[in-house]
Design a protein around this ligand. Structure first.
Ligand code: HEC
Length: 281
């Protein structure tokens, strides 16, 4: 008697698994936007591709595809968010399928100033998928946040989230994650203060600090130990500049931060920040 029952159970489990898989595939091509009032808006990929403000956009300095950057079908972010409550939001948080969570300054992401950088939501057409990312078995789709003229507003490579599926307008990083903030008593010109901002712009999309943050790609940089406690002082900057000079293996995910992305002053500042945070667990 137990066998047929097992079979029925197995069959319904299988059916459930197939349903869940179909729902997951659909969910992955739907963009979710959370406005400044906390309301969610869902945009299926077909509805985005059919909008009148879709343009073909080519970008320079594409960190995901490099010189092989395709021409993207894209909507200006200002257009996508037009009509939604955005007031009071400091940050546009972009969450990717792989656990990368970028905290982008809302002022820059929603700027229409022709003298500055412009943010675009690039949309992968399921009928004409983008190539796989170099060295990966996936493309940058379903959505990739790209910038035209990034240098004009100091937009670095970590501000280009690919495989992004959720965009959320939210409050400042310091107010949401007080555990990453330097001591109030630090002098205004202390490099660790500047380092906190460098950390948020370049590292926080992959690393948490004191357990705070949303990212789940790399390790927490203070718990249980802080890298300044176990890296030789001369090795840590080498590692940040080019992790492969210290350790090298196929699945390594941390990108190097060359001087073009992170100047020497910013590199020193982010290390000063890490050292400071070792005393703030
Ligand atoms: C795209 C994701 C990503 C970004 C951005 C990133 N890291 Fe990493 N980092 C990782 C991952 C993943 C590891 C674990 C090793 C690996 O797979 O490369 C790592 C490892 C490290 C380590 C070594 C930890 C250990 O114990 O081995 C340090 C130190 C570090 N990161 C610092 C930084 C700093 C500082 C920044 C910003 C300037 C940064 N990372 C930006 C993903 C990232």
């Amino acid at each position: 008697m137990s066998r047929p029952r097992m079979c029925t159970r197995l069959a319904s489990l299988l059916a459930l698994a197939m349903l869940t898989a179909t729902a997951a595939a659909a969910a992955e091509t739907t963009l979710t936007v959370v406005d400044a009032d906390g309301a969610s808006h869902r945009f299926p990929v077909e509805s985005l591709l059919g909008r009148p403000d879709v343009e073909t956009v080519t970008v320079a300095g594409d960190p995901a595809y490099g010189d092989a950057s395709p021409a993207y079908r894209a909507i200006p972010l200002t257009g996508l968010l037009a009509g939604l409550p955005v007031r009071g939001a400091d940050i546009l948080e972009a969450t990717a399928l792989d656990g990368f969570v970028a905290q982008l300054p809302a002022g820059k992401a929603l700027s229409a100033d022709p003298a500055g950088a412009r943010a675009w939501l690039a949309i992968e057409d399921p009928a004409k998928p983008w190539p796989n990312l170099p060295g990966k078995k996936v493309s940058a789709g379903p959505y990739y946040l790209v910038w035209s003229n990034p240098k004009r507003s100091g937009i670095g490579p970590e501000a280009w989230p690919y495989q992004a599926v959720t965009l959320k307008l939210t409050a400042s990083v310091a107010s949401r994650f007080p555990a990453i903030v330097v001591a109030e008593t630090l002098a205004a010109d202390d490099p660790a203060r500047r380092g906190q901002a460098v950390f948020v712009d370049n590292c926080f999309a992959c690393h948490r600090m004191n357990g705070a943050g949303e990212a789940s790609i790399g390790p927490d940089l203070n718990l249980p130990m802080n890298p300044t406690e176990y890296f030789q002082p001369e090795v840590l900057p080498l590692f940040i500049r080019d992790p492969k000079t210290v350790r090298d293996w196929g699945e390594q995910k941390m990108p190097g931060f060359g001087p073009d992305v992170l100047g020497d002053r910013d590199l020193d500042a982010v290390i000063a920040y890490l050292a400071h945070m070792a005393g703030r667990r």
